[in-house]
Design a protein around this ligand. Sequence first.
Ligand SMILES: Cc1ncc(COP(=O)(O)O)c(C=O)c1O
Length: 435
Amino acid sequence: MPRSLKNDLAHLRKKERLSLHMPGHKGLRLREDTTELALTDNLLQPQGSILELEKAIARIYGAKWSYVGTNGSTSFLLGSLFYAGKGQKIVLPRASHQSIYKGLILGNHQPIYLENSIDELDIARPLKTEDYFKALNKGAKAYIFTAPSYEGYLEGYKILKPFLKDSLTIVDAAHGSHLYYLKLEDNSWADLKVISFHKTLGALNPGAAILSNLEEDKREELNFFQTSSPSFPVLLSIEDSLREMMKMKIAEKLRLMTWLKEEIGKIGDLRVVANDDPFKLLISSVSGELDFKKLGEFLREEAGVFMEIESQGYLLGILSFYDSHEGYKTLIKALKKSTRIDFKIKTHKSLQGKSHLPQISLLPGEAFLQEKKLVPIKEALGKISGVMYSKYPPGAPLLVPGEIIDEKIIEELLTETGDHTGCSEIKDGSIFIIK
Ligand SMILES: Cc1ncc(COP(=O)(O)O)c(C=O)c1O
């Protein structure tokens, strides 16, 4: 029988009388929180149970290699852009997650942005395959895809693969670790695909993996940003969650999600917005006149229901195989109660159109380490941004280091101030520009 983390840790628990190794809490805080010992494996050079876990992940997801980690998808996206080299042209959606931008900064890469469409709810929709076709023959070393998008939209990017022959395809599937189980995605077309088990399956934060279809084993490069003190509870939770999936009543759980969405659609002015991922519950209104920031607050205060996103035009909830019927009934009850209250919106300025691309003056990697100063947003017109300002969630930047601050950005930053906590926080209406 192959080694498992569960067995290793059980064995260690039996055998160990005295811990004279890290961590300093000596197992008193959490028993499974141990370190790399003779009876456990080593995350950076696994040979036992961690390697078995990685082989299982590669098998389940249909990839040549997989490397597991305890530093989130962030660490593997950084690793992917590190593997792409230094100072390369990288094609990416403007609405990419901030971790990809950090990879651009680290590698001093040159971004070639593709603009996302922003829909009537202010959701950045995924790029179309046509958008990528327009970016062929630009000498890009890598093409980045976000699939699925944060709000649960999928595109058929697989058909692009033959056209991207010599480039790396890097897929940010941080929100897609469950899609394999729903037969909604296949992993054959991506060279590198990053998944977070903690976002939509049952692992602890921040359990993640990278799936690689590269010919050779590139552990050193792709795993470069892993800690040398990996969290065994996180690793164990990945193993446990995959084991749980073998017994998961998937069809039953999906039926429950469908029921929830149908019930919500019957409540007052509410509508469930259609998307591709059953795990993503997008609630908006038929009339377009409801203030979902207020409704989100009501759900928190009145019913203890916390959503993933409370935005002006919609609520986003993340469903999972671990949800219960009882939980869904709580949401439905609270939403029904909310119809007695007037949540009518006063004014809503939509960002509908294309994502805004400010002019680039310096590469993100050149700009980020320059000396900066804090100035009031209104005085920043024409200056160069020194940091990244992202609305969080979902964590896609409005403004990137090295970009020239224009009127549109100023307007967006002023209306959204307070929410931009993803990378740099806008405090007292001031932002960092390059001196
Ligand atoms: C699209 C996307 N990519 C990457 C990440 C980073 O994932 P992690 O939190 O596992 O580091 C996130 C996090 O929310 C995300 O939404």
